[in-house]
Design a protein around this ligand. Structure first.
Ligand code: AMP
Length: 114
């Protein structure tokens, strides 16, 4: 299979507004933001979706969540609050087959989702 869109962002083949990077994860602003702050935090390992994560990915997934928290704090969402979203598969609304955690904030978010 070819590289996913997000692998191309990791490899700097297509541009993105990167807000955080380390050896395991990359965070960048969503190109079609649904809130004043909308960032995607992705593992560099190409796990297609959370439904295909393996037991061996436990520490990577923990790292991903903690970095999503750190990005939210860095972008001043700690006080007002924020939402983390992982869409999985067709009914979950997934459109890019590379695991990503949405960090959304900067306004009051509705619940339940549509
Ligand atoms: P999902 O629907 O959960 O798979 O989320 C995929 C997200 O990727 C959507 O919110 C898109 O707006 C976002 N997206 C697609 N292409 C890009 C891109 N080139 N740079 C940043 N975000 C993107």
């Amino acid at each position: 299979m070819g590289e996913t869109l997000f692998e191309k962002i990791i490899d700097r083949e297509i541009p993105a507004d990167i807000v955080y990077e380390d050896e395991l994860v990359l965070a960048f602003r969503d190109i079609n933001p649904q809130a004043p702050v909308h960032v995607l935090v992705i593992p560099k390992k190409p796990i297609p979706r959370i439904g295909e994560a393996a037991d061996e990915d436990q520490s990577l997934l923990g790292h991903l969540l903690l970095k999503a928290r750190a990005v939210a704090a860095e972008l001043n969402l700690s006080e007002g609050g924020f939402r983390l979203v992982i869409n999985n598969g067709r009914d979950g609304g997934e459109s890019v087959p590379h695991l990503h955690c949405h960090v959304l904030g900067g306004r009051a978010l509705n619940w339940p989702p549509g």
